[in-house]
Design a binder for this molecule. Structure first.
Ligand code: NAG
Ligand code: NAG
Ligand code: NAG
Ligand code: NAG
Length: 493
């Protein structure tokens, strides 16, 4: 895919909206601010110019009447655009779409000319040929793109593209001087309109490439071999005169290879309020993630039975023998003296997260089973239910939102026991240490990988800031762009 497309993609990909009443549910919103649009537009313009390939335009034939000389047959061919410079460019979002304008555009073209004439006075036909340089100054061009979500994909409509040239200058290299004026008179308008048409066509081609690229955006991003993020677009884009926003489903789903396309109804957004709020309005993008995104991730991993550990190695190795529990659970030691043990820790429910102003509360529900190992037999002897409550924190690493959990309270209750009642107050400190040294590192290793934010490959977050508000986390950031080596890969994680 051409880099140009990728830049434009970002424009259309990123964004956010609020929760419209009749709309499809969306849990991640992305907003691109004017600064973000400008950044992408500058990339686009630079790239568009550097990738311009000289395309010869059609040949033009004319019979020109030159005073004294008479009718001269002139042919102009190989008109080739080889340099384009955009003086000023602007990207202007509005409620209808996105307008991208270039003004003070200059370009250089080259061409070949050729003429011949014969007359009764010159028995031998006369001909000559040469080249010419054409300089276009003060050209204006613009594209208005309409954006629309259909079947979970972004659709573009080219509402209008145009190109207008005020004046050109032509410098003939060689040729007779009488040719010059006749040539200008005959060809100037035609060359202007050929160049205008050809630039408009080039713009339209780029738009249809962009359209195809948008169509081929994946509907999910792999997180690991278990989970993927559903990045199906939902609802209509949010457009205002300052920003552009999109909503995506944003929930965690199973990482399966088959991505079918989804049929969604299209809802017209009435929202004039951008759905993402950044305290620093100069940030280029804002990505808001609903609490439901995190809940869906936990539910998915929980169901995939990934949150389940048999602990048979510990820093405090004595806890893997009944002797180590001698004073904490005397009846265990009495019944199984000096037997090896292992500990079976499994989540009993998906962890619960609650995001509020400035903090993230989380509760992890787990069952802790004490197993005695006698020869080849593993005998479960007691099960303690745990409710581990604590605070989550998030940060940005690369383009991922990564988490960390810190315990600040632990409630325990005996679920069942084959060795009578246990004294929870004796077990509590041991359990606290086990959780901190064994269990939390596991959990933190998992959530430390984080979830990939929906960014197009090549774009990296820079100076990201995270805002925690009621039931959502918003990442406000600038972006940088680095040419990707793998043009086929669209998303990064
Ligand atoms: C799951 O994600 C991995 C990347 O982590 C990817 O290579 C793989 O193709 C995805 N799909 C399946 C079905 O595992
Ligand atoms: C992904 O999101 C779309 C839009 O909300 C939804 O229709 C689709 O069912 C979701 N995919 C999965 C696999 O849940
Ligand atoms: C661990 O405990 C869970 C129930 O909490 C049980 O389903 C699982 O089979 C146990 N695993 C082992 C190896 O004992
Ligand atoms: C632990 O128990 C206390 C007192 O019963 C309760 O207030 C607190 O919410 C419980 N914590 C959790 C994580 O359930």
């Amino acid at each position: 895919m051409s880099p140009i497309i990728i830049y434009l993609l970002l424009i259309f990909h990123l964004l956010t909206p609020p929760h419209p009443i009749t709309a499809d549910q969306s849990f991640i919103s992305v907003l691109i601010t004017q600064n973000g649009l400008d950044f992408v537009k500058n990339l686009f313009v630079t790239k568009a110019i550097s990738t311009i390939t000289p395309t010869p335009f059609n040949q033009i034939d004319r019979v020109v009447r030159i005073p004294v000389i008479g009718k001269v047959h002139v042919v102009v061919s190989d008109i080739t655009l080889y340099r384009l410079n955009v003086g000023l460019s602007q990207v202007i979002p509005n409620v209808l779409g996105v307008y991208i304008a270039g003004s003070d555009v200059s370009c250089d073209l080259s061409m070949k000319w050729h003429y011949y004439y014969g007359s009764p006075f010159f028995p031998i036909p006369i001909s000559d040929s040469g080249t010419a340089a054409i300089k276009v100054n003060g050209m204006e061009m613009g594209i208005t793109l309409g954006l629309d979500i259909r079947d979970g994909s972004m659709k573009l409509s080219n509402i209008e593209s145009n190109c207008h040239i005020d004046d050109i200058s032509i410098d003939l290299d060689g040729g007779a001087s009488w040719l010059y004026q006749g040539f200008l008179d005959a060809f100037k308008d035609e060359i202007v309109s050929t160049v205008e048409k050809s630039i408009t066509k080039t713009l339209n081609n780029e738009i249809s490439k962009l359209e195809n690229a948008l169509q081929s955006l994946p509907k999910q991003i792999s997180v690991d071999n278990v989970a993927a993020l559903n990045v199906t677009f939902v609802n209509n884009p949010f457009l205002s005169d300052r920003s552009l926003g999109f909503e995506i489903n944003g929930l965690f789903i199973e990482n399966k290879t088959d991505t079918h396309s989804y049929i969604n109804s299209v809802n017209v957004r009435d929202g004039l309020q951008p759905p993402v709020h950044c305290s620093d309005p100069s940030k280029m993008i804002g990505i808001a993630l609903d609490e439901a995104v995190f809940k869906s991730a936990f539910a998915l991993y929980y169901n995939a039975m990934f949150m389940h550990w048999i602990v048979d190695k510990l820093p405090e190795q004595s806890l893997l023998n009944t002797a180590g529990w001698r004073f904490i659970i005397p009846q265990l030691y009495k019944k199984y003296p000096n037997d090896d043990m292992n500990l079976n820790l499994s989540l009993s429910d998906p962890p619960d997260v609650q995001i509020s102003q400035q903090k993230i509360d989380a509760i992890v529900y787990a069952d802790f089973i004490l197993n005695v190992v006698e020869g080849v037999d593993t005998i479960p002897v007691a099960c303690i239910s745990l409710e581990i409550s604590g605070m989550g924190s998030v940060q940005i690493t690369g383009n991922n939102l990564v988490g960390n959990f810190k315990m600040d309270d632990l409630n325990m209750s005996l679920k069942w026991s084959k060795i009578g009642t246990l004294h929870m107050f004796l077990i509590q400190p041991v359990m606290w240490t086990l959780i901190e040294t064994v269990f939390l590192p596991y959990i933190n290793a998992r959530i430390g990988i984080g979830l990939p934010l929906p960014l197009i490959d090549g774009f990296m977050l820079r100076n990201a800031e995270i805002i925690t508000s009621y039931s959502r986390i918003t990442v406000c950031s600038d972006v940088t762009y680095q040419e990707s080596f793998d043009g086929a890969k669209i998303y990064t994680s």
